[in-house]
Design a protein around this ligand. Structure first.
Ligand SMILES: [Zn+2]
Length: 162
């Protein structure tokens, strides 16, 4: 099985667009942990959802961003905890955002929905996003020795955006 073969639900088959398929293919290249897995893609009216056990994500073709796709795929990787050992991604929405941002700059097209980056960064995301990404990568390293890595990260993002 090719790594970019997705199984679309019946609802999504009717709703999906060329753009959605292209964006999904672009996104999955950055998720080697999921290559060879059969990922289902369904439809939601909301932004996005993931059902880890069913290896299913739901997307809204009208509210698409690489950030949302990356975030939902990262949830699926969170579900592979046992298999990934030291490389496992901790659970939770904020961790999901941090690991999504760190993964590739492809996923920086929108600011994160759960990681608190502060107003200043939120209002001018494009000029801050690369720095936020570097800090997320650093925070993932920090986590190995420091469990309060999220507090460290949000403080660091704020202090360097003054
Ligand atoms: Zn989420």
């Amino acid at each position: 099985m090719k790594y970019d073969d997705f199984v679309y639900t019946r609802m999504m088959q009717a709703k999906k667009t060329k753009r959605l398929e292209t964006m999904l293919r672009d996104a999955i290249r950055h998720f080697p942990e999921l290559h060879g897995e059969s990922i289902s893609v369904g439809y939601t009216k909301r932004l996005g959802e993931a059902e880890i056990r069913r290896l299913l994500i739901r997307l809204n073709p009208r509210k698409l961003s690489y950030y949302v796709i990356g975030h939902e795929l990262t949830h699926l990787v969170q579900g592979l905890k046992d298999r990934l050992g030291d490389h496992a991604i901790p659970k939770g929405e904020i961790a999901c955002d941090i690991w999504t941002i760190a993964r590739s700059d492809l996923f920086l097209d929108e600011p994160p929905g759960y990681l608190d980056v502060g107003r200043r960064v939120l209002l001018n995301w494009t000029s801050h996003r690369n720095r936020v990404r570097s800090l997320c990568i650093e925070a993932i390293e920090k986590r190995k020795i420091r469990r309060t890595y999220i507090q460290w990260l949000t403080a660091e993002i704020r202090s360097s955006s003054q």
